[in-house]
Design a protein around this ligand. Structure first.
Ligand SMILES: [Zn+2]
Length: 95
């Protein structure tokens, strides 16, 4: 894993600062200021002198992010369709 130091243009994903912390090429974040994972992140490793390593909570090792978890079910549109159908029936009956 390669670490790159954060810059003002690519700030730390954890504390939002533009220096001292690091970002890895595979999406992990290493923060030298924050030791507790923020919402949506989990703690991977706490280094004594090199910051704390975090990874995104929804990121599973050796799996693509798309493969994680079932897809949310589409919202049912039956209700609206039923009403439209009934409306059409009423209109047809009124003729
Ligand atoms: Zn940081």
């Amino acid at each position: 894993m390669t670490w790159r130091e954060v810059t003002k243009n690519a700030q730390c994903l954890i504390c939002g600062k533009g220096g001292w912390c690091g970002r890895s090429d595979d999406g992990a974040a290493r923060c030298t200021r924050v030791s507790d994972p923020p919402a949506g992140w989990r703690l991977v490793k706490r280094n004594v002198d090199d910051g704390t390593v975090f990874r995104r909570d929804d990121e599973l090792p050796q799996r693509s992010p798309r493969a994680s978890g079932p897809k949310p079910a589409p919202k049912p549109a039956k209700c609206a369709k039923t009403w439209l159908t009934m409306d059409a029936v009423i209109k047809a009956a009124a003729r």
